[in-house]
Design a protein around this ligand. Sequence first.
Ligand SMILES: [Zn+2]
Length: 81
Amino acid sequence: MITCRDLISFLDRYLDDELSKAERDVFSDHLRDCRCCLNYLEKYRTTIRLEKRCCPCSDTIPDEVPESLVNAILKAREAGK
Ligand SMILES: [Zn+2]
């Protein structure tokens, strides 16, 4: 049996689907018995969903930001001073 702390350290890999079958079983066993971690997991998932909703294009940002955009941001910053 793993502790709650162990479970939290597995959480990212669990959500990324990177756990082995055995690890996943241990994880699910704990979640079944531990409401606390279940709540935490749900909150964690919601947080991730909300972050994605706030920034739907985060996966498609080009490597190079156009210079005109950089200049526009810099100008906006100057104006805000
Ligand atoms: Zn727990």
